[in-house]
Ligand binder design. Structure first.
Ligand SMILES: Nc1nc2c(ncn2[C@@H]2O[C@H](COP(=O)(O)OP(=O)(O)OP(=O)(O)O)[C@@H](O)[C@H]2O)c(=O)[nH]1
Ligand SMILES: [Mg+2]
Length: 457
């Protein structure tokens, strides 16, 4: 028998209400004890106002709303009781403690979803969709998760699995019953079918670039020598004074990370310590971190001071960023419009003619243009956003693997190899596709995936 599990399914903290979920066979017996009503026989899916008592002192702990979901019509497919109490962390904690005393056990991260999966209430990609929906940073990304939750992805994959299975059946029977090879026409049809499946899988996999952008967004680092206005620009983009700004070179030492959203794309913006040679120990650590941040960023914004000529430090930054995607911003346009000479020098010192923008972090001049320039190179790669986008690296990887296996089998068919060899790849492809929805997922893979869930999910 499965244990009955319990967890707080709303965030910990003071709030109007807090909800505790019990799932398993003992859910009803436990709630009966807590409300001291052995005959409590709730009608499923209706709220019942009850008093919860302290198990030891019999004092009233809280007045709560209890909802019963009878198996199999619950989130987990088991008997579920949801207790909506007042959102007092101490009281909620105590109710959970009493559930534990009454033989429930704390739910592991993702365990409710795992049970839902085990009881066929949803498949793996749908469970992952719930996690992603909760974690979504933008509405656009949440919408994609809802589509996945509603089974759109699994439905798209199903015809491929059916087609693959049909091909496998034909090849298997040829192997079993026929002495000679498959008739040429059948062989041709199989090849056409396999090429078609591989192509369609490849097209779905290609939506990952856009899907990942929508879900994870971009890491954008502000880089430059001291005092060019990195922190001022950081604040201007965020719309509030987050970072300390002073006229002293070397103000920022630790990195600051903040989130913003530009046209549905979540941006993780990083303000860094100005790059320069320094003997100051603290600043030096900051400079070292700035270098590492550049390497991890999707985009490095190099900030220059347009009221000054380029220094050796600026040139050093150009040299260090040759391999990174960069965008150049000439700041302090309120003081001076950058000279032709300065622009020439920048173009001469950088590769791949990067976009150059004149801005003023102080007056906000050209900040909109800067926002567009940040996402432009990435958004251009996006396919049609109205379609379903693969957003999970695990799914993407499995799609690519399935495609590769089918293409290998196709080659073996072309080379007139025995069906035996062709079948290996097709079985693998089918297994990979099955792993997306969880039909062919091993126990330890499930444990790994569900460990990325939070408790209460
Ligand atoms: N006139 C003008 N001054 C600016 C502008 N942006 C920044 N400043 C000034 O430049 C000085 C340095 O600004 P910060 O934003 O602290 O520069 P930083 O690049 O973060 O400097 P470090 O943290 O020391 O590396 C401050 O006095 C700002 O007020 C601008 O667009 N126009
Ligand atoms: Mg700074």
């Amino acid at each position: 028998m499965m244990n009955t599990i319990v967890a707080l399914i709303t965030p910990l903290g003071r709030s109007g209400i807090g909800v505790i979920r019990l799932s398993g066979e003992k859910s009803l017996p436990i709630i009966r004890k807590l409300i001291e009503d052995e005959k409590f026989n709730p009608q499923p899916r209706l709220s019942h106002l009850k008093k919860v008592y302290d198990l030891e002192t019999a004092e009233i702990l809280d007045e709560v709303l209890i909802t019963y979901f009878k198996n199999p019509y619950s989130f987990t497919g088991e008997d579920v009781i949801e207790i909506a109490g007042h959102g007092s962390p101490v009281i909620l904690r105590q109710i959970i403690d009493f559930c534990l005393k009454l033989d429930a056990r704390m739910a592991e991260p993702g365990e409710f979803s795992l049970r839902a999966l085990a009881n066929g209430r949803m498949n793996l990609s749908q469970a992952e969709a719930i996690r992603d929906l909760i974690d979504a940073q933008t509405v656009a990304s949440a919408r994609q998760s809802v589509r996945q939750l509603r089974g759109e992805f699994s439905n798209q994959l199903q015809p491929f699995k059916d087609d693959l299975l049909n091909v496998i059946v034909v090849l298997e029977s040829a192997l079993e019953f026929v002495e000679d090879d498959l008739p040429a026409i059948q062989n041709e049809n199989i090849k056409i079918k396999l090429a078609e499946i591989a192509e369609k899988i490849s097209r779905i996999a290609a939506t990952f670039q856009a899907g990942k952008l929508l879900r994870e967004g971009l890491r954008v680092a502000l880089i430059g020598r001291p005092n060019v206005g990195k922190s001022s620009l950081f604040n201007a983009l965020l719309g509030h004074d987050r970072a300390i700004v002073t006229a002293i070179a070397g103000t920022t030492r630790d990195q600051l990370h903040e989130k913003l959203v530009i046209k549905n794309i979540p941006i993780s913006l990083i303000d860094t310590a100005g790059l320069r040679e320094t003997t100051d120990i603290v600043e030096n650590i900051g400079v070292e971190r700035s270098r590492r941040t550049m390497a991890d960023a999707d985009l490095v914004i190099i900030i220059l001071d347009g009221s000054q000529t380029l220094t050796e430090e600026d040139h050093e930054i150009f040299r260090q960023t040759v391999e990174y995607p960069i965008l150049i911003v000439i700041n302090k346009s309120d003081l001076q419009t950058p000279s032709e000479d300065l622009l020439k020098e920048i173009n001469f010192s950088t590769h791949n003619s990067p976009t150059i923008l004149n801005i003023s972090a102080k007056t906000g001049e050209n900040l909109n243009e800067l926002q567009n320039a940040i996402i432009e190179p990435f958004a251009a790669k996006q396919t049609d956003q109205s379609g379903f986008l693969v957003s999970d690296a695990r799914h993407h990887d499995l799609l690519l693997r399935a495609e590769a296996e089918i293409r290998t089998s196709l080659q073996l068919l072309e080379q007139k190899m025995s069906e035996e060899f062709v079948l290996i790849g097709l079985h693998n492809a089918l297994r990979y596709l099955g792993q997306i929805t969880g039909e062919t997922t091993t126990e330890d893979m499930l444990t790994r995936i569900f460990s990325t869930f939070c408790i209460g999910k």
